[in-house]
Design a protein around this ligand. Structure first.
Ligand SMILES: Nc1nc2c(ncn2[C@@H]2O[C@H](COP(=O)(O)OP(=O)(O)OP(=O)(O)O)[C@@H](O)[C@H]2O)c(=O)[nH]1
Ligand SMILES: [Mg+2]
Length: 225
């Protein structure tokens, strides 16, 4: 094999942790209505004063999620960018990430000191996951309203995301979901990666998720030092 084809020196551009410099990019994925925008809003409220922060939202046909964040004034308007995918959400976060990269780069050029970018995927199903060419770490958000079987059903979001969030625990008694079963099933398929059971209704600051994000920012700073 010619020297320039030596695979020992090859760095996969889409492998986790390959990027250097720039803000930490955190993907928020998960099924329709699980609470991705509510979590993005909560993280903006909790972390907006600590970090130079911006958000990219993805919707299929509208700018609904970006409009929600703007209406709720969680961040100044020029820190929120909407991508209209016009196609399956997972296409825009995994297969052709160009529009999302453009949105992140626009935010980076507008705010050169940016430290953290949240990228919310459009709501999809259990198969969606982000390309590591777009984000550095990914959070998968499911909720208890679909029943306690969801973690057991697996899929890359549930098994391989860097953080699994089971949201809307306040609804568990109403839908007869057993949170102990959800915790046990998630732990069984996640190989030691963390899972948080939360209710954004009861904790609008998303305290535990915000702490996890802080840890990721610290870890990246150490990695880059
Ligand atoms: N009861 C309850 N409702 C919640 C909670 N978190 C979010 N919601 C509600 O769930 C609905 C959907 O929340 P969103 O944040 O829009 O969900 P999403 O995942 O962004 O939805 P899509 O982007 O359309 O896929 C909204 O009406 C929220 O107010 C929670 O912890 N408990
Ligand atoms: Mg949303």
């Amino acid at each position: 094999m010619p020297p320039d084809h030596n695979l020992d020196d090859y760095v996969d551009p889409y492998s986790p942790g390959h990027r250097h410099g720039g803000p930490l990019r955190v993907g928020l994925g998960g099924p329709v209505g699980s609470g991705k925008t509510a979590l993005a809003a909560a993280l903006c409220r909790t972390l907006g004063a600590e970090y130079d922060l911006a958000v990219v939202t993805n919707d299929i046909y509208t700018t609904e999620d970006a409009d929600f964040l703007r209406r709720n004034a969680v961040l100044p308007d020029d820190r929120i960018e909407a991508v209209q995918t016009g196609c399956c959400p997972h296409t825009a976060i995994r297969d052709d990430i160009t529009a999302n990269l453009d949105a992140v780069e626009l935010l980076e050029s507008r705010h050169p000191g940016l430290e953290l970018v949240l990228v919310e995927s459009g709501g999809d199903n259990l198969t969606a996951s982000f390309s590591y060419g777009l984000v550095d770490v990914q959070v998968f958000v499911v909720d208890v309203a679909g029943g306690d079987k969801v973690p057991r059903k697996g899929g890359p979001g549930v098994t391989a995301s860097d953080l699994l969030v089971v949201n809307k625990t306040d609804l568990a008694p109403l839908v007869g979901a057993d949170l102990g079963v959800m915790r046990r099933d998630a732990d069984a398929v996640r190989g030691g990666k963390p899972t948080l059971l939360i209710s954004l209704r009861e904790d609008p600051a998303a305290t535990e998720v915000a702490e996890w994000v802080r840890e990721q920012v610290r870890a990246r700073a150490l990695q880059e030092a």
